[in-house]
Design a protein around this ligand. Sequence first.
Ligand SMILES: Nc1nc2c(ncn2[C@@H]2O[C@H](COP(=O)(O)OP(=O)(O)OP(=O)(O)O)[C@@H](O)[C@H]2O)c(=O)[nH]1
Ligand SMILES: [Mg+2]
Length: 229
Amino acid sequence: RAAVSVLWCGIHLCFSLVFFPDFLFKFLVIGSAGTGKSCLLHQFIETKFKQDSNHTIGVEFGSRVVNVGGKTVKLQIWDTAGQERFRSVTRSYYRGAAGALLVYDITSRETYNALTNWLTDTRTLASPNIVIILCGNKKDLDADREVTFLEASRFAQENDLMFLETSALTGENVEEAFLKTARTILNKIESGELDPERMGSGIQYGDASLRQQRQHRGSTAQTKQQCNC
Ligand SMILES: Nc1nc2c(ncn2[C@@H]2O[C@H](COP(=O)(O)OP(=O)(O)OP(=O)(O)O)[C@@H](O)[C@H]2O)c(=O)[nH]1
Ligand SMILES: [Mg+2]
């Protein structure tokens, strides 16, 4: 009987986490073609490496519910094509994003040199308060490295970005990159720096928060009625 009730609680908890998250955050994965954006998303969602990844055509979508600091957050993630010919399509997805993974390939200086352009685009087209994490991907290919950790971390500091080196192949720091970004957004909401109710913030209250708010409003209204004030 105890086992059944534990199982029931587990099912109930999973159901609540998936269907009634506290928040929904819109995320982008951006950066030059071939840097491993689709593989990073696949690793985050499926926890395995995407074999034979082809160039993304336009955009692809993935979502996952995570637990951050005791809150459940549904991440709606848009994986954009890095190829120039899709730029006009992908740009239309930037609006209202709350967070972004800006990806370069540590074995390709060309993808690193393109970061400034990606940043300008992101800050212009997405929300100005967008939280960005710079991901130096393909960390497993250290022998072929063209960009040092130090120079990339300086670039990140100068441009107000968080920074991690990741590997979509081994999974190293992949989950951390998404969670770090979500945690930073959540901290900014809690400190009042980000307002989820502002149009285009890329943040929505999930059902759990909405229900809490309604309950709160209900009890406030009741109190007002009772005291007639
Ligand atoms: N060794 C290694 N290879 C990787 C890693 N991530 C991706 N790759 C390889 O890099 C290539 C490109 O990966 P994708 O994820 O398709 O790149 P993308 O950034 O989505 O490319 P576009 O969709 O064209 O913008 C593929 O051959 C992957 O197998 C990694 O962490 N390590
Ligand atoms: Mg891709």
